[in-house]
Design a protein around this ligand. Structure first.
Ligand code: GLN
Length: 486
């Protein structure tokens, strides 16, 4: 049985255990937070309310109808949960109280989950290392000298460190999958439009998706099942029924040329996985999609352009705290944004404003959009021939804190293999695989056709044996849970 299954079973049998599970989560997360600096908001009074709410739900809906009964879930701090703060790890939103529920928060509540805490992240979800938080960097529970990846670094660290069974992150260019890979857990980015973004603070609206972290495929699927669905509050949600074509038993894999930026460990793990997939009876088809090498350039034009537009509202008037010394309206905007935004956020706003400016819009923004369409078509071609695309999640394992801090281009390279799925709006799962050449986790990725979200999860199970999350008991705080569950 999985972590979540055990907890739910325990709570169905004895509702009073929900409170003791929340206490265990508090103890385990205190350990993870102490080492990894994961938690931005957690309050006892709110948790008591959550426990009571779930008890009421049992009476009205029946315990058997609550798929996440009493399961504590950590939530990235760019998702609004009413009654909590939502800071996006930015100074500008330091005192911002969530005025309403994100749809995913409502769905968690309806499934009987406990919305446990708000988790640290890169400021406004911009980053690949979680060093861009205004409230301090997050550390990797597998090696405290290293980054957990970003921007959902604390969502990954909370689960990988054995603090919580489940968490939510958001993924614009890899922010769920890259941290999942760096910390050795499962992370899933759904097809664009499968999970509502209502209540998620927007970074790049045509790319953002909310998705789950867990320690197993089954638990990812459980949480994803709760989150997915059309939402009248988010017009970009779609209900396109996915009709799986007859299985072709072919898996697309990257040509060696595309793997040249991989570290030797990641390269050899990839080769091992390929042999294993082949040995399970699948034919491997080597692909070199046009535009894939340009993905970073496309993304780092489109995402900043959308970010510059989305972040215009944080000006000290509409949203965000205001710099008190400002006297004129212009000073309010300038001083507030200069003081309360961090340097990566400013870099994106400047880049985005530049590529959208009258003289350059055609050359950059439009061109990048055309290249994005081309990439989408390339993926459609791949999926005419193959069931899935299999590729590494990241070119390397987790790097040291500070290692890429002064080199944004080296930092952006981390997103090489994750960005294509966002640009093409496709579902993508990162799962942990064994690293035979070193101690750090490695993640591999399955990308499928639009809407094949459930199928990807099932496919990963069918090639299981590749994957290995570490034992809960060996993680930073996991023994606290293991004792409780045994
Ligand atoms: N690392 C990427 C960036 O900084 C992706 C971020 C994300 O997915 N939110 O833009």
């Amino acid at each position: 049985m999985t972590f979540v299954e055990k907890l739910v079973q325990m709570h169905v049998a004895d509702h009073s255990k929900i409170k003791s599970s929340v206490d265990v989560a508090k103890r385990a997360m205190a350990i993870v937070h102490k080492s990894c600096h994961t938690t931005l908001w957690q309050e006892d009074a709110y948790l008591d309310q959550e426990i009571q709410r779930v008890q009421g739900l049992i009476e009205s809906k029946g315990a058997a109808n609550l798929p996440l009964l009493g399961v504590p879930v950590g939530i990235k701090d760019n998702i609004n949960v009413k009654g909590t703060k939502t800071t996006c790890a930015s100074k500008i939103l330091e005192n911002y109280q969530s005025p309403y529920e994100a749809t995913v928060s409502t769905k968690l509540a309806e499934a009987g989950a406990i919305r446990f805490c708000k988790l640290n992240m890169d400021e406004f979800a911009m980053g690949s290392s979680n060093e861009n938080s205004a409230y301090g960097a997050v550390k990797n529970p597998k090696d405290l000298q290293r980054v957990p990846g970003g921007s959902s670094g604390a969502s990954a660290a909370a689960v990988a460190g054995g603090g919580l069974p489940l968490s939510l992150g958001s993924d614009t260019g890899g922010s769920i999958r890259q941290p999942a890979a760096f910390t050795g857990v499962y992370g899933f980015k759904p097809s664009y439009g499968r999970v509502s973004r209502y209540g998620l603070v927007a970074f790049a609206s045509s790319l953002d998706q909310i998705g789950p972290f867990a320690r197993s495929n089954i638990d990812i699927q459980k949480l994803y099942g709760v989150l997915e669905g059309v939402d009248p509050f988010d017009d970009s949600t779609r209900n396109i029924e996915f009709k799986a074509a007859a299985a072709k038993n072919k898996v697309a894999v990257l040509s060696e040329d595309l793997l040249k930026d991989c570290s030797p460990e990641v390269f050899s793990a990839y080769q091992r996985c390929l042999s294993s997939i082949e040995s399970k009876g699948f034919e491997l088809v080597t692909v070199n999609p046009k535009g894939i090498k340009e993905c970073l350039s496309i993304y780092y034009i489109l995402a900043p352009a959308e970010a510059a537009a989305n972040l215009a509202r944080f000006d000290g008037v509409r949203y965000g705290q205001r710099e008190p010394s400002a006297k004129t309206l212009e000073e309010v905007f300038c001083k507030t944004r200069s003081k309360y935004f961090g340097s990566e956020v400013k870099r994106r706003i400047i880049t985005g404003t530049y590529v959208l400016s009258a003289g350059y819009q055609e050359a950059y923004y439009r061109k990048a959009n055309q290249a994005r369409s081309m990439l989408r078509r390339e993926f459609q071609k791949i999926f005419l021939e193959c069931d899935y695309l299999f590729l590494p999640t990241t070119p390397s394992t987790a790097f040291k804190l500070g290692e890429n801090a002064d080199n944004p281009l080296a930092m952006y390279l981390n997103d090489l293999f994750t960005i294509p799925a966002n640009l093409a709006e496709l579902p993508a799962l990162s799962f942990p695989v064994t690293n035979e050449d070193g101690p750090l986790p490695i993640g591999m990725q399955l990308v499928g056709p639009y809407g094949s979200d459930q199928n990807i999860l099932e496919f990963e199970r069918s090639i299981a044996g590749l994957s290995s999350c570490d034992d809960l008991g060996t993680s930073l705080a996991g023994s606290v849970w293991q004792e409780y569950l045994s």
